[in-house]
Design a protein around this ligand. Structure first.
Ligand SMILES: *Cc1c(COP(=O)(O)O)cnc(C)c1O
Length: 362
């Protein structure tokens, strides 16, 4: 129990769940331990990115550009959207917090699938909002029909996480387009594309084109991050693409000078070096496909992941799997007794995952 205080802490904070972060890798004498619990990019920053960060580090006595001008311009050009529609923040979690703050009064509802990203219940509760969690389908996908059915007069925001963290499947463009048609225009739909770059672009799968949906619908916004494919998790920078009234509201709710100067230049340099980063993304996607194929051969029936992780719906056996992985030097992410998420990391880490998971079945 927390200590009693006469200070008027908002009761809404009592409902804020704690964020369970990925555990750090423990140092072991007998083997290299891999932290595959936070969906981080295993590659170090590109030399060209490190160079601009080093250079910018010499001026950290100055405040960053509060308008995040360089990055906003670079994003507007790359995404071919007006710069007024871009709002940056301290990671896309930061931007999501701004979204909820800008839209929800106490008691207003935010709908999202569950399980999904653990930051969702936190940012909603912080704003005094109410989370409406719609269970995933049997095969760990969004149940978009049930999500549309869950809309009430109090619904302000719906978050669609695609590919879904922690389970992996993506929704399709036709599913999402049909869903948007069912949602009233007064409800803001956020398409969280933290793992966009890892989605297989094989034509037959009807991949989501979130920016096209955004262009076509005033109530659709896209949320993206530099933390995953771009490998800048430690710098905290993400953004939303939203229609102007929403983007303007997000700029108002931003922490002044929130996106620091190192993050701003690193993000710009990463956009410039995207072809080089994309080679790494392709390599991670190839590793993901290798791991999924090996696990299927071993007898695992896992949801089809389109992201940089795989999901084991283990139920009560979750702690046993965590222990077996730990024994093999893999720090994985457990979700209660739902299952385990494992990030695709270095090939050695992926090999160990295949070994552990194969042995676990036998
Ligand atoms: C990792 C992740 C983010 C991005 O978080 P940052 O705050 O940008 O580091 C957003 N959404 C989902 C679903 C994620 O998994």
């Amino acid at each position: 129990m927390s200590e009693h205080t006469p200070i008027g802490i908002r009761p809404a904070l009592d409902t804020v769940p704690a964020y369970v972060a990925g555990k750090p890798a423990t140092v072991r004498a007998d083997l290299t331990v891999y932290k595959v619990s936070s969906n981080e990019n295993p590659y170090p920053p590109l030399p060209s990115v490190l160079d601009v960060v080093r250079e910018a580090a010499a001026s950290v006595n100055r405040y960053p550009d509060p308008g995040v001008t360089g990055l906003t311009d670079a994003l507007a050009e790359r995404l071919a959207v007006p710069r007024e529609r871009i709002a940056t923040g301290t990671g896309s979690v930061g931007v999501l917090g701004q979204i909820v703050q800008a839209t929800c009064d106490p008691g207003d509802e935010v709908i999202y699938a569950w399980r999904s990203f653990e930051a969702y219940p936190i940012v909603v509760a912080l704003a005094g909002g109410v989370s409406v969690q719609v269970p995933l389908t049997e095969d760990s996908r969004h149940d978009l029909d049930a999500m549309a059915d869950a809309v009430t007069d109090r619904t302000k925001v719906i978050i669609v996480c695609t590919p879904n963290n922690p389970t992996g499947p993506a929704v399709t463009q036709s599913e999402l387009a049909a869903f948007i048609e069912r949602v009233p225009e007064r409800v803001l739909i956020i398409i969280d594309e933290a793992y966009l770059e890892f989605v297989a672009d094989s034509g037959g799968t009807d991949p989501v084109d979130a920016l096209a949906l955004h262009r076509a619908h005033p109530n659709v916004a896209v949320l993206r991050t530099f933390s995953k494919a771009y490998g800048l998790a430690g710098l905290r920078v993400g953004y939303a693409v939203a229609h102007e009234p929403v983007a303007a509201a997000l700029r108002k709710t931003a922490v002044p000078f929130g996106v620091n100067s190192l993050a701003q230049v690193a993000a710009v340099a990463s956009l410039q070096a995207y072809d080089e980063l994309d080679e790494r993304v392709r390599a991670l996607v190839a590793e993901r496909d290798r791991v999924q194929a090996a696990l299927a051969d071993a007898g695992w029936k896992l949801p089809d992941s389109q992201a940089n992780f795989v999901w084991f719906p283990l139920g009560e056996r979750t702690p046993d799997f965590v222990a077996a992985a730990d024994e093999a030097g893999l720090v994985v992410r457990a979700y209660g007794t739902d299952g385990v998420r494992v990030t695709i990391g270095e090939p050695e880490a992926n090999d160990r995952l295949i070994e552990v998971a194969t042995a676990f079945l036998n």
